[in-house]
Design a protein around this ligand. Structure first.
Ligand code: NAD
Length: 493
């Protein structure tokens, strides 16, 4: 039985793309499941004037694509939505907001619980938080929480400045920094797989693991996000946040208990032991790329909205090292990029080969060699995992071949899995931080990435350097080849 969450949600950026595509459908799913019921309201704000009725119609439209809407639910849901035209930079506008929030609190009996969701351009995040405090929009009797969208800063200095601003109004345990990768089913499954299985966790260290590979691959180019992307690039857009969060979950020690504070402690400890590169180490352990023209696209520099001289990277590959007892000597190879072969996210954990390959005994005239065991976690589009093991090939003689023990979520369990935003909204309403990034994690991630960024900002790259439809520049393969390794996923697989 779902437990109802009571709150008034204030959404900054209520007419925006994210709100309409993701946030309203996610809230509606929570409503259909009973996590939101009678005692919630959402006050949407943005600059343009919109009436409550027009806003409710916008919300209904945004959920019209959802299957299995229970009769009358869409209208009943939309009746919880209200709108206030609001310029976030004008202090006097917050007074109007305050009055409306108090009324909604009374009308929907939300017990003073307030959730403020910032879904707009990041330069406004600090201003909004300061005004919420100055105009006293936080309540004394219920909870006050802030949910904040990415990006969280452009480097360590700007992230710290933003965090300092937010901290004047909200304490760390009131801030929920969204990283929607943490809302994905199979990213959460990393913990279940590791800490629920002796056969996996007992091997999860440098004695048995040779290397770990994380790939976040996109098939599309920059599309309509060119203006934003050209000022960001793959390092800031994907590595600093999503990849670092995934890597922290793979590398962390077992938490004392599966609670948000215990998981955070371990992720922070893992990131603290991530080796901070010198500029010359960064140069040899990071690869950047920018896509060339393809059959159906111009090269990156000729995309609409991109500076024709742009040195923004659309691809990054890197080798990360953790200096701790568990991981010493085990490289974590990561890569992400646009216009690659396919759209998918996967993690490949490559185990060491047996110390002695008895099947390669020359007396048995066998030239084959055993393949490494690989645990692959398929994050998307399929959700599941596979364990590659060596088995005897059926038939005369003695040959071995790798076979996959595989589990893939079927359609009905996929349907059960909430969308990342639905899960994260629910977690924030419950006050559960497990799937949000803490300030310390973000700070370590930026410090790690800043070294590379500074280097790349002064050195001229040789762009474009990869063909659309491939897995990035040749240097990405060389990064592993020089260690005698290769990406588990390449175009032949
Ligand atoms: P958007 O440009 O579509 O919407 C921005 C909203 O802010 C609009 O409602 C606009 O009216 C409002 N706004 C702008 N200036 C204002 C002002 N001075 N006062 C009041 N309102 C103002 O942006 P979006 O794509 O919805 O993104 C919102 C946030 O979510 C951003 O931080 C973005 O980085 C993040 N995000 C978006 C996506 C996505 O898929 N769209 C994905 C991940 C993160």
């Amino acid at each position: 039985m779902a437990k109802e969450n009571k709150a008034v949600i204030t959404l900054f950026g209520a007419t925006g793309d994210l709100a309409q595509r993701k946030l309203y459908p996610s809230l509606f799913n929570l409503y259909q499941k009973g996590y939101l019921a009678e005692h919630f309201a959402l006050l949407g704000t943005s600059r343009r004037p919109v009436s409550d009725e027009e806003f409710q119609a916008m919300v209904e439209k945004s959920i019209s694509g959802i299957d299995e809407v229970q009769a009358g639910n869409a209208q009943a849901f939309a009746k919880h939505f209200f709108y206030q035209s609001h310029d976030v930079t004008k202090p006097e506008h917050y007074e109007v907001l305050k009055e409306r929030l108090e009324k909604l609190d009374e009308q929907f009996e939300t017990e003073g619980n307030r959730l403020f969701y910032m879904s707009m351009a990041p330069q406004f995040f600090g201003t909004i938080a300061l005004n919420l405090k100055k105009q006293a929009l936080l309540t004394d009797d219920g909870f006050n929480r802030l949910v904040i969208e990415k990006p969280f800063g452009r480097d360590f200095a700007s992230a710290k400045a933003l965090n300092d601003e937010l901290s004047q109004t909200f304490k760390e345990d009131q801030i929920f920094r969204i990283d929607h990768y943490l809302g994905k089913e199979m990213i959460q499954n990393i913990e279940a797989l590791r800490f629920g299985n002796t056969i996996i966790e007992s091997l999860w260290n440098n004695r048995y693991i040779d290397n770990i590979q994380v790939t976040l691959s996109e098939k599309l180019g920059v599309e309509e996000r060119a203006g934003y992307y050209d000022h960001s690039g793959a390092l800031r857009d994907m590595v600093q946040n999503h990849i670092m969060q995934v890597v922290a979950q793979l590398a962390m020690e077992q938490p004392v208990a599966f609670t948000d504070s215990d998981v955070r402690v371990e992720k922070i400890k893992a990131l603290r032991s991530l080796r901070l590169y010198t500029p010359s180490e960064a140069a040899s352990n990071f690869v950047r790329g920018q896509y060339d023209a393809g059959a159906d696209n111009p090269d990156y520099r000729h995309e609409d909205g991109v500076d024709p001289q742009s040195n923004t990277e659309t691809f990054v590959a890197a080798k990360l090292m953790f200096d701790n007892y568990r991981w010493s000597g085990v490289p974590f190879y990561v890569r992400t990029g646009k216009k690659l072969a396919d759209k998918f996210t996967r993690i490949d954990v490559v185990f060491r080969k047996p110390l002695i390959d008895i099947f390669a005994n020359p007396r048995m005239a066998s030239e084959q060699s055993l393949k490494s065991n690989v645990l692959t976690i398929y994050v998307e589009p399929q959700s599941g995992f596979a364990l590659r093991v060596n088995a005897k090939t059926a038939g005369q003689g003695f040959q071995t071949e790798p076979v996959d023990l595989e589990y893939m979520q079927n359609d009905s369990s996929k349907k059960e899995a909430p969308e990342p935003y639905e899960r994260l909204f629910h977690d924030a309403l419950e006050g559960n931080h497990t799937n949000f990034a803490s300030w310390s994690e973000i700070a370590y991630a930026w410090k790690f990435v800043d070294v590379v960024r500074k280097l790349w900002d002064i050195e001229e790259p040789q762009f474009p350097n990869y063909t659309p439809g491939t897995m990035g520049p040749a240097a990405s393969d060389e990064l592993l080849a020089r260690d005698g390794r290769a990406w588990v996923y390449n175009l032949n697989h």
